[in-house]
Ligand binder design. Sequence first.
Ligand code: TXE
Length: 496
Amino acid sequence: MPVLTEVLNLKMYINGDWVQAEDGKVNDIINPANGELIAKAPTGGLSETRQAIGAARRTFDSGEWSELPTVERAQYLRAIADKLDEKAEEIALLETLDQGKPLNESEIDVADAAACFRYYAGMITQPDGQTFHVADPMQAMVVREPVGVCALIVPWNFPLLMSVWKIAPALAAGNTIVFKPSEVTPVSAMKLFEILEEVGLPKGVANMVLGPGRVVGNELAESDLVDKVSFTGGTETGRNIMKAAAGNIKKISLELGGKSPNIVFADADIETAIDCTLIGIFFNQGEVCSAGSRLLLEESIHDEFIERLVERAQKIVVGQGKDRETEMGPLVSKQHLEKVLSYIEIGKQEGARLVCGGNRITENGFDKGYFVEPTIFVDTNPDMRIVQEEIFGPVLVVQKFKTEAEAIELANGTAFGLAAGVFTQDGAKGLRVIKKMRAGITWVNNYGPTYNEAPWGGYKQSGIGRGLGTFGLDEFMEVKQININLNVEPVGWYKN
Ligand code: TXE
């Protein structure tokens, strides 16, 4: 496995040029596993953001991309996918060094990213539109068109994959984009933009600005020259974006936080439920919007289930993501480590009982990174902050229930509604309970798999709109009604 031999010098990509911040400001990008500097990233501001928006606007209005035949746009998308495959090893390693996640998880992300470009390349060339039989002499039809200039703002938990979930459908639909990665994890985004340049994407189609959310992100959300903002991140930031986007009634898609319930009934296949519970909360260090961060257990199996779950959780190998044996990496940043540790303290103070983990790991050189033990709280009640608020780390809270109705009530009892899982061997009960979940993404007897084909997004305060699938493409398209008069003569409505 190659290792990084020098500090990377990141740049922004505006109108086909690689640029630094005008005032020369840079931001240090740190490997969260050992605190080493891995890259320097420009800190863009208003001026760079406006230049990028201007380039995207001019390019969109020129029609150079939006009016390209879809087969040609699809060729670009497939070329991007091929390059991602070619460079998968390098990009996966960089993602791990930047974000912290285990290498095998980064490898899955890169493969999924390539598949996502191919998926939308296929979709955009499919037959599209509708025609209607309306009263003679009219012919009515519907065509779909790109929205225009799209601002795409992504977080740090799946830096590459979240970018691609937006960039692939936005470009497929014929939009031009201004993309902003998280200031914490911009490395893989730069690799992706190098690929966009290599495949010859016309200048101004895809632009990337780096910098703080409250400056760059806010300008993208506010600008009258931007037609749509698609955001994934925290619920509070989502609220700010909604307000900022109100000026020109921008279209918005928001994929926000979660506190998703994972319900295990006594009649479940217990080994499967334990296995999936672990994946649900400890995959990607629990930094997953759809994490199964609340385990709802039927009372009769509670104690035995917890005993076996803890036994397995304690065996998870925590370490540097780049080491092949690592199963869980460090948290993404010092700031985020502090947030997660503070929630663990809150849980203790609220009277929940810690049965696994609960500490930062500092021995054997781990003190240079941001490692937290897999952590499990039991004896919680629904009013606790650790039950209601998104912790976004490897912290599972367990809730107990006696009846199906109680399980449903507890499961739906937060402000969020992103995902939900149910484990039972009673097929009718599984479907019955899932249908009651106020959540956009659900699983029965599994937790976590995602598919390019299936819509991704939440109910309630988990967001607005959907990513992926046909729904994900719809978010980046306008719908136009066209009515053609087949008998061109005056209608005669007014008599004189
Ligand atoms: O996310 P932010 P943060 C949750 C998770 C986490 C919390 C805060 O609970 O602990 O959010 O994380 C940009 N206008 N999720 O602060 O702020 C920012 O630069 C426009 C859940 O890191 O939401 C970055 O590119 N943009 C989540 C992006 O928003 C703004 C994933 C996400 O950052 C902005 C991440 C503004 N005013 C965190 N302020 C999920 N749903 O997966 C910031 N940004």
